[in-house]
Design a protein around this ligand. Structure first.
Ligand code: NAP
Length: 301
């Protein structure tokens, strides 16, 4: 951020705060890298609400205390991020079916009894850039078997894809993930060094990267591709490649795939769209245009 942007940002925030201002908070550890305050404050300002959004680092041992304390003050909602997405289950009195299914919560609000009501907006966020691409009955491949892969599988089920194959380096998380969605769709898991992986890559209509490989600020800050460049040798130019990573833009994977002629989608739209759904949950249905949040973010990326 350049100094002029810091001044504009600070003035904007100061103009938003009064003695009646309530807040929404992001709770996680760490949270200092999060871009959510930037896009959420832009959205709250657009809606003209007397609300600000702040990020609060929280250790696991303080989670219950913080959630209980926030019920008693003017907190209107929360986002929950790593590592608390599963641990908050015990602290909520209402949990939406989608959060139960994913075993992860990312958004909370207080209900009429002043208890936490929880949901997960990641699936809607993931689907957002895919909605108009007519992917029904198409073949998909997911790379990685962590938390985000769970939302991606559910999103692809909702979009009615005919096959979903998860390719991972981690056999135990892969087996657990496949078991979790058993019997719902033609879903298979295989390890990245399995010979069949190349056939799946060649035939895929959509490939989604959920590994952190290629992400800035990790040790993968180089031109590395998930599972190495040879893994991508059979990629077809008709395949759509979706990388959940949004920084750098484009990611090394999307740069490589665009050169091959593929349509590419980065993680920014998912980030913004899950944030839009959270706003809607906190405000009982208010909508913020996508560009209000994405334009705010692009200034910082
Ligand atoms: P996670 O739970 O840690 O899962 C990451 C997965 O990637 C695991 O299967 C992990 O395998 C695998 N992996 C890690 N390093 C790898 C490597 N060097 N080579 C191959 N596989 C590797 O993380 P997550 O929560 O699913 O998030 C994954 C990525 O998605 C992150 O980059 C995150 O920022 C991004 N994301 C973006 C959005 C968005 O809104 N755009 C939302 C959610 C997540 P192991 O278990 O063996 O380590």
């Amino acid at each position: 951020m350049v100094p002029e942007q810091i001044i504009i940002f600070t003035e904007t925030i100061l103009n938003m705060i009064s003695s009646k201002t309530s807040f929404i908070a992001l709770i996680g550890n760490p949270v200092s890298h999060s871009l959510s305050p930037i896009m959420q404050n832009a959205a709250l300002q657009y809606l003209g609400l007397d609300l600000i959004y702040i990020a609060i680092p929280c250790k696991e041992e303080n989670l219950e205390l913080i959630l209980n304390s926030f019920k008693k003050i003017n907190c209107k909602g929360l986002n929950i991020t790593i590592p608390h997405k599963e641990k908050v289950f015990n602290l909520c009195s209402e949990i939406s079916p989608i959060a139960n299914k994913l075993k992860a919560i990312n958004t909370l609000k207080l209900n009429s009894e002043k208890e936490w009501s929880a949901t997960n907006t990641d699936v809607e966020g993931f689907i957002y850039p895919l909605k108009n691409l007519n992917l029904g009955k198409k073949k998909s491949v997911i790379l990685g078997s962590g938390g985000a892969a769970r939302s991606v599988i559910q999103g692809l089920i909702n979009l009615n894809l005919s096959t979903i194959s998860v390719i991972s380096r981690n056999k135990s998380s892969l087996d657990e993930l496949i078991k979790n969605f058993d019997n719902q769709i033609q879903l298979q898991g295989l390890l990245n060094n399995d010979d069949q992986a190349q056939i799946l890559i060649r035939e895929a209509d959509l490939i989604v990267n959920t590994t952190p490989v290629g992400m800035k600020t990790t040790r993968y800050e180089n031109n590395e591709l998930p599972y190495g460049e040879t893994f991508w040798r059979s990629l077809n130019s008709k395949t759509i490649v979706y990388d959940l990573i949004y920084n750098p833009s484009p990611t090394p994977l999307l740069k490589f795939c665009a050169k091959k002629g593929c349509m590419t989608i980065d993680g920014l739209e998912m980030l913004v769209a899950q944030g839009m759904r959270s706003i809607s949950f906190w405000t009982d249905g208010l909508e913020v245009p996508f560009h209000i949040m994405s334009d705010a973010l692009k200034k910082y990326l």
